[in-house]
Design a protein around this ligand. Sequence first.
Ligand code: NAD
Length: 199
Amino acid sequence: MARLDNKIAFITGVARGQGRAHAVRLAREGAQIVGIDLAGPLPGVPYDSATLEDLEETKRLVEAEGAKAHLAQCDVRDLDGVKAVVEEGVARFGGLDVVVANAGICIPQTWDEVTPTSFRDTLDINVTGVWNTVTATAPHLITRGGGSIVITSSLAGVKLQPFMVHYTTSKHALVGMARAFAAELGQHDIRVNSIHPAP
Ligand SMILES: NC(=O)c1ccc[n+]([C@@H]2O[C@H](COP(=O)([O-])OP(=O)(O)OC[C@H]3O[C@@H](n4cnc5c(N)ncnc54)[C@H](O)[C@@H]3O)[C@@H](O)[C@H]2O)c1
């Protein structure tokens, strides 16, 4: 029996990178995968954006592990959209056990290059997007009787990182968000952790 047999995981930013890696690994451990990605132009970033082909490739890789994947193009800033995909996944697979709030953007800029737009976009995706993700999923974990929520912060969420005031601000905010959710969701046997990858 695999560690995550009969478990269902919801992952944001699942088209590539760490989100895809989480999807493939959780699938290998036995979980069915529900996931979303913007899979389109990201605001202001200096790197290529993920595509619908990337999202398809994640689906293919998950299915190659013998799991099912319910993946959709959706923006974490759209709470109703996130709720809709989560509800589709729950209806299809029968519940939800694991949440990985991973989607995020990074726009390297010196403090005096940060604009109202780049500051707002970073906070909207990296902070409000995570709040949307937990808000849309936690009721389903409560229904299930417990679960695990993993919030992807960053090294920039525990230490300083220059040339990204908005990003560092957003990733520190996630530490507080994880603690605050943990304080209220613990009574439902839901663990909430932030993780802090380095570059
Ligand atoms: N790469 C690093 O060095 C590093 C270090 C520490 C933390 N992180 C964090 O890890 C997470 C994943 O990063 P990654 O390196 O895999 O990046 P990535 O750009 O390869 O993947 C992020 C995915 O999130 C998606 N995404 C972005 N905004 C979205 C939105 N509004 N709605 C839905 N999907 C959206 C993107 O389309 C992309 O597929 C991010 O939160 C990032 O801040 C990354």
